[in-house]
Design a binder for this molecule. Structure first.
Ligand code: ACM
Length: 488
């Protein structure tokens, strides 16, 4: 293992000629007593305490003792909002960042530097790390509609996201098989359409207070939550709850299969626009993020004008709440408001309309199915997952460049990278994790690390040091044959 095995790889790591920092009873996290700093200090003390298996205290004064981990906000630091500088020396650790998110990144870097030897001494090598992300949007999209994942499951995933410096949890909350977010103005959505899931498995939904819990848990770890309500297709759960959304006026049957593209809203029904307005207003009421995702994918039974009208209605409903719109790539075929984010997923169509949308001001979030869809099987023998976008081994999820995925796209229109995991075949947290790990770490490095610092052989050597933590925490992972994994 390389001595410094950080994932994702930082901008610069300088090994200092000094003894390591030892985490022991003397270790204390020190911050100024401001509420948001205290929260991040408590997180630091908790994480470090768990690595070293002993309680770490938080204090508000640096009396110059040995063992201080000093956290400080420095508005002048180079590298943007999420930049941080971490200096580890024998007697103390100094972490500076421009923001709380930057402090969280630095704490995670310190955590990754700490190892425990056979004498049970936990230490970090003396280093100076200067770091900042390549992309501001580093996401993971999780389909909680095909199978439901409880708040406690998502907390584990959020912890992993923070560990790899991912900062956007995108929740695909609705689909044909189930509706997973309480919508107070439309109570039937969860009353009638939340209990179902693929194959008749149990469903579930997030109450408004569950969602708020998730948002706060994520925010404390530097992660935003972006909710997706998928329209105008993938809507059978809505049509099952409200018959007024169908031409016959009758609700549809529950659906627990895994076909796509058959369900749709209707632009000419009087109930449709109020439905979209009410749903997106209620989503905005519980979701503080600046973005709401409207879906827009795979509407296979609608003419382009009706599709464009429904995307416009959904977008207007989102914008009426003061939020910006994200949608899957199909929305690029409609007129888009400035600031709209197009999430690219299917490399099969002609790139020209995407290039045109970018030139007209749209921003692109890159989730190419053949690289970033972490529900694809690793190889032929993988039990879970699908294969429509091919097999994705660890190297496939690492070796790609976001700015060249769409031929001719201006590179500056790419604002980020998002992994996605669809859950038709994934029923519980271990099954979900076995698809995420180790590939989530690879996509995270694509999103965080400067292109010129990325190298497969170097990543392959570094990622091997991640498995002992997964094993200690009992997290399922795919022991990819491409890596010589270490063991706890
Ligand atoms: C998608 O995979 N239908 C966005």
């Amino acid at each position: 293992m390389p001595q410094i095995a950080l994932v994702p790889r930082p901008r610069s790591v300088e090994v200092l000629d000094a003894a390591p920092f030892v985490l022991d009873q003397a270790t204390t996290v020190v911050v100024e007593p401001r509420p948001e700093l205290i929260q991040v200090a408590v997180l630091a003390a908790d994480l470090l305490g768990r690595v070293g298996d002993q309680a770490v205290q938080v204090r508000y004064r640096d009396a110059g003792e040995r063992g201080v981990v000093m956290l400080r906000i420095d508005d002048q630091l180079d590298g943007g909002d999420e930049a941080y500088r971490l200096v580890v020396r024998a007697d103390r650790v100094d972490l500076e960042a421009r923001s709380i998110a930057g402090l969280v990144h630095g704490i995670i870097t310190l955590r990754q530097l700490l190892t425990t030897d056979r004498q049970r001494v936990t230490s970090a090598p003396a280093v100076r790390v200067e770091d900042a992300p390549r992309y501001a949007w580093r996401g993971l999209s999780i389909d909680v509609a095909r199978h439901f994942f409880r708040v406690d499951d998502l907390k584990v995933v959020i912890g992993l996201m923070a560990h790899y410096k991912l900062n956007v949890l995108h929740l695909h909350l609705t689909d044909d098989q189930g509706w997973r977010l309480q919508i107070p103005s439309r109570p039937n959505l969860t009353r009638l359409s939340a209990a179902s899931a693929v194959d008749g498995d149990p469903g579930g939904f997030y109450s408004s207070s569950d969602f708020t819990t998730l948002v706060h848990y994520a925010a404390a770890r530097g992660v935003r939550v972006v909710p997706e309500i998928d329209v105008p297709g993938h809507v059978n759960a809505a049509l099952h709850a409200y018959g007024e959304l169908t031409p016959s006026g009758e609700p549809t049957d529950e659906y627990t299969g895994i076909e796509v593209g058959f369900s749709r809203l209707h632009a000419d029904l009087p109930a449709t626009t109020p439905f979209l307005q009410d749903v997106f207003a209620d989503v905005a009421a519980v979701s503080p993020d600046a973005y709401i995702h409207i879906g827009g994918d795979e509407v296979l039974t609608m003419d382009p004008d009706e599709y464009a009208a429904l995307v416009a209605t959904a977008s207007a409903a989102v914008r009426a709440t003061g939020r910006q719109v994200v949608g899957w790539q199909e929305i690029a075929h409609t007129p888009l408001a400035p600031g709209t984010i197009v999430q690219f997923w299917d490399p099969r169509p002609d790139p020209a309309p995407f290039v045109a949308a970018a030139k007209a001001g749209a921003k692109f979030l890159m989730s190419p199915g053949s690289k970033a869809y972490l529900d694809m099987k690793y190889d032929r023998d993988t039990k879970l997952g699908l294969e429509w976008a091919g097999h994705i081994e660890l190297r496939d999820s690492y070796d790609w460049e976001p700015t060249t995925v769409i031929e001719g796209l201006p590179p500056e229109s790419v604002i980020g990278v998002e992994a996605a995991v669809w859950t038709e075949t994934l029923r519980d947290l271990p099954e979900l994790l076995s698809m995420l790990l180790p590939r989530l770490a690879a996509v995270a490095e694509v999103a965080w690390t400067a292109a010129e610092l990325r190298d497969w052989d170097d990543f392959r050597a570094r990622v091997a040091s991640q498995s002992p933590m997964w094993e200690r925490l009992g997290l399922a992972y795919h022991a990819s044959p491409q890596v010589d994994w270490e063991h706890a």
